[in-house]
Design a protein around this ligand. Structure first.
Ligand SMILES: *[C@@H]1O[C@H](CO)[C@@H](O)[C@H](O)[C@H]1NC(C)=O
Ligand SMILES: *[C@@H]1O[C@H](CO)[C@@H](O)[C@H](O)[C@H]1NC(C)=O
Ligand SMILES: *[C@@H]1O[C@H](CO)[C@@H](O)[C@H](O)[C@H]1NC(C)=O
Ligand SMILES: *[C@@H]1O[C@H](CO)[C@@H](O)[C@H](O)[C@H]1NC(C)=O
Ligand SMILES: *[C@@H]1O[C@H](CO)[C@@H](O)[C@H](O)[C@H]1NC(C)=O
Length: 312
């Protein structure tokens, strides 16, 4: 009940301000703060009211600090504000007859100036486990903050010349897609995105993840006769570039076969044709792939040969 009453009171109060023929100014548009710390906006293109001035309220996130202006132009110079702190910028148009319009709010910060020192104190590259690499860095000077900084990381494969170019924020990132056995050259620099042509000095590191065995090969097809088994085995793809040398088929006490592999980027499945098997017999096979990192874990299969066709 109390809520309803106060709602009514608010309506009446509002009604007292706005007469039927009053023109209520619309929201301003394109409210933004530029790199010179100038807050700008535009009058709504369909604005019907005559605008006398704009009320500009700048409030800190914790409401501890406030600035209030009334201006006739469509900008306010806010270079007195500290950079990289979050502010609420609220602009409200006021009509010639003092009717207050709708407010437009922007939450943002004054960008880092072009003069800011954005060099890095260090750039560390640490291999965490077989394939994960942690990159860490930090700014030399934190005085002004880092709100408009991104870090541009270029990962170059020094063998092929291929490179990846990524932008990250924060002070660290993980790379999961680096291949062992590839020499990488990794560079980093800060970029102030408020002044996109300004890049900080480069730091770099070289990295080569040591050779790493392949994952177990996977059986992709098999055809079994009375005395033969024709199989194809799929290999881990080129994301592990350590050169592949051979596929080993361990038939326990019965045989051991190695199929040499000529490695290539498409890593086609390897054909294995076992001959001279006994009909109607169970063979247990362990199949492992060997690369410069050693032997993979074996894949195990059981192969039951067919019975001899009585017609033969
Ligand atoms: C920022 O906006 C003000 C007002 O529009 C303009 O005078 C100034 O040149 C702008 N600064 C930059 C760097 O664009
Ligand atoms: C980065 O490497 C340097 C030199 O090895 C070391 O002193 C520093 O503690 C490392 N920083 C981090 C965050 O690991
Ligand atoms: C850090 O940057 C601030 C602001 O640009 C500057 O006044 C200060 O001298 C710098 N500190 C160092 C140690 O360079
Ligand atoms: C290799 O395989 C992994 C997953 O097994 C996949 O995410 C990746 O895209 C593949 N890479 C290539 C080069 O085919
Ligand atoms: C094949 O190799 C495995 C593992 O090295 C071994 O245990 C087995 O005795 C070998 N079999 C033959 C027939 O040599």
């Amino acid at each position: 009940m109390i809520a309803k009453l106060s709602f009514l009171a608010a309506l009446l109060c509002f009604g007292g301000f706005v007469r039927g023929d009053d023109c209520i100014p619309r929201y301003v548009e394109n409210l933004r703060i530029n790199v010179s710390a100038v807050l700008t906006w535009e009058v709504h293109p369909d604005e019907k009211c005559e605008i006398k001035e704009f009320k500009v309220d700048v409030v800190s996130d914790d409401h501890d600090y406030e600035l209030h202006f009334k201006v006739v132009f469509q900008y306010v110079d806010l270079s007195i504000l500290p950079v990289c702190e979050e502010w609420h910028f609220v602009v409200t148009p006021i009509a010639a007859d003092d009717v207050v319009g709708y407010e437009r709010r922007l939450v943002g910060h004054v960008p880092l100036p072009s003069s800011a020192d954005i060099s890095l104190r260090y750039f560390n590259v640490t291999q965490q486990n077989s394939r994960d690499v942690l990159l860490q860095w930090d700014l030399l000077n934190h005085t002004l903050g880092d709100c408009t900084l991104r870090y541009r990381i270029v990962i170059e494969n020094r063998e092929s010349g291929d490179f990846q170019d990524v932008y990250v924020s924060g002070r660290s990132t993980n790379l999961h897609n680096l291949s062992p056995c590839v020499p990488y050259h990794i560079t980093i620099r800060a970029v102030n995105i408020a002044h996109p042509t300004i890049e900080g000095p480069i730091r770099f590191n070289n990295l080569e993840i040591p050779p790493h065995a392949q994952v177990s090969p996977s059986l992709t097809s098999i055809e079994i006769g009375p005395t033969s088994a024709d199989m194809t085995w799929g290999l881990e793809n080129w994301s592990n570039r350590c050169p592949v040398r051979a596929l080993h088929i361990d038939g326990g006490s019965r045989f051991n076969i190695s199929v040499p592999i000529e490695d290539s980027p498409d890593r086609p499945p390897v054909e294995v044709n076992l001959k001279g098997l006994q009909p109607n017999r169970m063979y247990y096979l362990k199949v492992a792939v060997e690369n410069s990192g050693g032997l993979s874990q074996p894949s195990q299969i059981a192969v039951q040969t067919a019975e001899l066709d009585p017609g033969h």
